[in-house]
Every structure is written in structure tokens, then in C-alpha cells.
Design a protein around this ligand. Structure first.
Ligand code: PHB
Ligand code: FE
Length: 333
């Protein structure tokens, strides 16, 4: 089954007020229905159902919500996910899975982004129990399992940091300190916390700026959540701290660059359309890599590490890659 529906106007978002035996609300959008039990999320779609472990589902859902569907494809696993068309979003089963495609058992529906985001936000809040933070490293949070108990609304509504120009500028995202509630993470206890001195020539006080990025990252309370820390036109520097595994498999619609700032991340790189394995990349501190526009990738960070994701925010890029104006890789050696 390979239906693509564009839903005009407001999509019908049903969240039945009754709860199931385990205390969880059920949600419906378009022809999809979402339920959860003690261990699993169940995604019902015309003709079949997909099942995911609830911890993996909530961690992926948290990113999709916080990033507004991100760049390109957010695969929750090798079967289910979303494709961002910047205004609308496709929610799919098996669209980028070779076996589903060959047997024509994939399923796709298109929604207005704001409608699907609203449903996803509701599911995230209704299914996240007290003590579980989908953004936290597994060692630093409780379990998501069991019957409904409490909530963690504060954690799941966290806003992603998006600096307007640069962290630390007057009126922009502040640097992190003990005083504003960001303490140094257990795995970054050795990171020096001093700040650079800035000596701008008169008249350039608003043009020259610096802050200690290592100190900033050492105080991050979330994992796998690139935040925009400096902006120059379409160039977005998005540093992040990583521990355990990236909860999504990201299929990009443009090239993105990785700069490994500390420690190590192992990346699995697969073909974006089929999921066939393409490469394994081990990045050590100081390594730089360009991730092509025709792959999907997932990172594994055994120890908490610091990574800069460098994004190109030019909204013309997906079309330039799709119609071949741009090669999927940035450099020819
Ligand atoms: C990525 O998909 O490129 C990505 C996403 C989140 C991260 C790091 C990398 O924390
Ligand atoms: Fe990516």
C-alpha cells in the first residue's frame, strides 16, 4: 500500500479522552493511530501495525518535536519516520526500507507540519512518565516503562537553544553558569571554565565577541541535541554533547559537516533510500567529516563527547540536490 494523501486544511487530530488499561491516552491523526503499553509504542496504519520499544520511540519523538522535523528525514528506526518538506511533513512506514518498497507495503501520509507537531507534542507529554527525560543520557535518567505514572512535562517542553547571532552577546542566548542552573556534567569535570578576555577597539564592541565553547558544552544537560550557537548568514554552528546513541537515523537533504571536539563517536553510514550499509566512520577529537546528502547516519558515543554539527540553512539546497545541480558530496579530491 503506497498512498500519499495531502490533507487540505486542518488535519483531524483525535486524542480520545479515555485511557487504556495501562493508563495511556490513544492518538489519531489522518489514518494513523498511536497507542502505548508498558514496553511498546504501537503505530497502526491502514492494513498493518508497526511496533517500537517505548524508550527508543520517545527519544526519537523528542528530537523530532524539538527540532521541528529537522533537515530531511528523521528515521525513528529502519521503518518509521518523517520527511520534512518545510511547511508540510510526510509521515511514513517503510518509505526508505528496501524490503517494504519491493513488496509495495510502504505507507505515506502528508500533514501540515503544525498539525503533526501538535499531535507529536501531545503524545510525548501523555506518554512520558515521571522520572524519564528523553533528552538525557540513559545513565542520567530513570526508566520510561510501566503503567502511566506522573509526567515530565517540564523536560519534554524544553526549548532548543537557537542563538540569534552568538551565545553570550547582549540580549542573545546567555552563557551557561552555575547561577543560571547549568552545572558541569560528571564526565566533563576536567574542562577548564575560564572565559576569554575581549578587547574590542572602540566602535567594534558589538562586532567582536568570544566565549568558552568547551565550558558551555561541559554544562549541557541534554544529549544529541545540536543547538544553534552562532549564526553567520546561512552558516549555523550547532555544537552538542553526545552520550550513548543518536536516537534517530538522520537522512539528510544537504551536506552537513561534523567536527569532533572531544572524545570519540562511531558513525554508521547507510544509503539514504534503501538503508544498505555504506561506511563506518570513527571520529576522534580533532577529526572533521562531511556527511553527504545521499546517506543516513547514526552515531554511537561510548563516553560523553563534544561534537560540532555545521549546518547550511539555505532552503534552496534540497531542490539543488534532488535535481542534480549539486553533487551529494562537497569536495572532489
Ligand atoms: C545529525 O543527524 O547529523 C545529528 C543529529 C543530532 C546530533 C548530532 C548529529 O546530536
Ligand atoms: Fe545528520
Amino acid at each position: 500500500m503506497s498512498t500519499t494523501l495531502v490533507i487540505p486544511g486542518e488535519a483531524e487530530v483525535k486524542s480520545t479522552k479515555e485511557v487504556n488499561r495501562q493508563g495511556y491516552q490513544e492518538f489519531q491523526i489522518g489514518q494513523y493511530r498511536f497507542t502505548r503499553d508498558e514496553y511498546f509504542a504501537h503505530i497502526m496504519y491502514p492494513g498493518n501495525r508497526h511496533i517500537m520499544q517505548i524508550d527508543a520511540f520517545l527519544r526519537a519523538l523528542m528530537r523530532d518535536v524539538a527540532w521541528g522535523f529537522f533537515y530531511g528525514t528523521v528515521n525513528f528506526d529502519t521503518v518509521f519516520g518523517t520527511v520534512n518538506h518545510y511547511g508540510t511533513v510526510e509521515m511514513f512506514v517503510g518509505l526508505f526500507n528496501e524490503a517494504y518498497r519491493k513488496s509495495n507495503t510502504h505507507y505515506v501520509e502528508t500533514f501540515h507540519s503544525k498539525d503533526l507537531k501538535k499531535t507529536f507534542e501531545q503524545i510525548l507529554d501523555a506518554w512520558t512518565n515521571e522520572g524519564f527525560d528523553p533528552f538525557a543520557a540513559p545513565e542520567e535518567t530513570g526508566e520510561p516503562f510501566g503503567v502511566r505514572h506522573g509526567n515530565n512535562t517540564k523536560a519534554v517542553q524544553r526549548q532548543r537553544v537557537t542563538a540569534r547571532r552568538m551565545v553570550g552577546l547582549p540580549g542573545d542566548t546567555p552563557v551557561r553558569t552555575d547561577a543560571n542552573g547549568f552545572t558541569v556534567n560528571r564526565q566533563f569535570a576536567d574542562v577548564v571554565q575560564d572565559q576569554p578576555e575581549i578587547h574590542a577597539n572602540p566602535g567594534f564592541e558589538n562586532e567582536v565577541h568570544a566565549y568558552n565553547l568547551f565550558a558551555y558544552l561541559s554544562r549541557s544537560d541534554v544529549t544529541w541535541n545540536p543547538s544553534v550557537c552562532s549564526v553567520v548568514s546561512d552558516s549555523l554552528l550547532c555544537p552538542t554533547t553526545e552520550e550513548y546513541s543518536l536516537p534517530i537515523i538522520h537522512g539528510n537533504d544537504r551536506v552537513e559537516w561534523f567536527i569532533q571536539v572531544s572524545d570519540e563517536i562511531f558513525w554508521e553510514i547507510d544509503d539514504k533510500a534503501t538503508g544498505r550499509p555504506r561506511a563506518k566512520v570513527m571520529m576522534k577529537a580533532g577529526d572533521v567529516a562531511a556527511m553527504p546528502a545521499d546517506i543516513r547516519h547514526r552515531g554511537f558515543s561510548p563516553k560523553r563527547s563534544m561534537l560540532i554539527v555545521w549546518e547550511n540553512n539555505n532552503d534552496g539546497l534540497p531542490a539543488m540536490h534532488a535535481n542534480g545541480v549539486l553533487k551529494p558530496y562537497p569536495v572532489e579530491f
